[in-house]
Design a binder for this molecule. Structure first.
Ligand code: BEZ
Ligand code: FE
Length: 291
């Protein structure tokens, strides 16, 4: 009877949802393969199940420890990759992460940093254009931006920051251009107090993410894009705890300090200029061509 155990389990999978049958069949097959390969002891298997129970206990309406585990194992990026194939020249997507929340609309050029981090950190002018994959500007595109402060915390994690700090909704002008003033992003650790952190420690991994900005761009007629912008030179680019870095998303910061630079970008102190263009795919692009 125990012969062909997997076959017996798979034979019981039914129901009227073919996609669910496909998913459960594949998952069951891979898990049986895992057991056959690893041969866990009963104590190890129970420890694994208890780890999942503990992970559930870390979840709250504002925190999903399973998403963090998925990020840390590269699974969120793998799911992102299979779902966001696009035309040549499209800016690659990258994971959303757990810290998106509603942002206030702001004028182009606005300062998005309103806390003490603005005095502590180096200032940044971030600018560029939203374009299609042929380089035609997209006016009226909305950029939903979010960024951690210089201590690595988002407003939603940190009671000392006002809601909406380091967040903005910006709308591109007729030339597809956007710009805003902020602080230079810093590298920071993912939350390590839960089971995600426990796993990283146990397998000898660091929790750091390279410095980045998050952005989600929407525009009529184009596919929404959620992605990151990373800073060249960051020591964690090659070992991002969330495996979200793609070469096309890395920008070289340029130090600006002349009178002309300060005047041009309405700055009082030297700053880093980050210039990044985003290229969106048409909404109807599917498997190789616009429909
Ligand atoms: C973030 O950058 O916000 C993030 C992404 C994945 C896991 C943890 C944090
Ligand atoms: Fe982040």
């Amino acid at each position: 009877m125990a012969e062909d155990l997997l076959g017996q389990v798979l034979a019981q999978i039914g129901g009227d949802n073919p996609r669910l049958r496909e998913v459960i069949t594949s998952l069951t097959t891979h898990l049986h393969g895992f057991v056959a390969e690893v041969k866990p002891t009963e104590e190890e298997w129970l420890a694994g199940l208890n780890f999942l129970v503990e992970t559930g206990r870390w979840c709250t309406p504002r925190r999903n420890e399973f998403i963090l585990l998925s990020d840390m194992l590269g699974l969120t990026t793998a799911v992102d990759d299979v779902n966001h194939v696009g035309p040549e020249g499209m800016t690659p997507s990258s994971v959303e992460g757990p810290f998106h929340s509603p942002a206030p609309p702001r004028e182009l050029g606005a300062w998005i940093s309103h806390g003490p981090e603005r005095q502590r950190a180096t200032s940044a002018v971030v600018h560029g254009r939203v374009l299609d994959t042929d380089g035609t500007p997209i006016p009226g595109a909305v950029l939903d931006l979010w960024q951690a402060n210089d201590t690595g915390l988002y407003d939603s994690q940190d009671d000392s920051q006002d809601d909406g700090n380091l967040r903005a909704l910006l709308t591109t002008g007729a030339d597809g251009a956007y710009w805003f003033r902020s602080i230079v992003p810093s590298s920071y650790p993912v939350p390590t107090d839960g089971t995600g952190g426990k796993l990283l420690t146990a397998i000898g991994r660091h929790p750091m993410r390279p410095a980045h900005l998050h952005v989600r761009i929407t525009a009529d007629g184009y596919r929404p894009l959620t992605t990151h912008v990373f800073l060249a030179g960051d020591p964690y680019l090659d070992s991002d705890a969330a495996f979200a870095v793609k070469d096309e998303l890395v920008v070289e910061p340029v130090r600006r300090e002349t009178e002309a630079d300060l005047r041009r970008w309405q700055m009082d102190t030297p700053f880093e200029e980050l210039e990044f263009d985003f290229h969106l795919a048409p909404a109807d692009w599917k498997d190789g061509a616009a429909q």
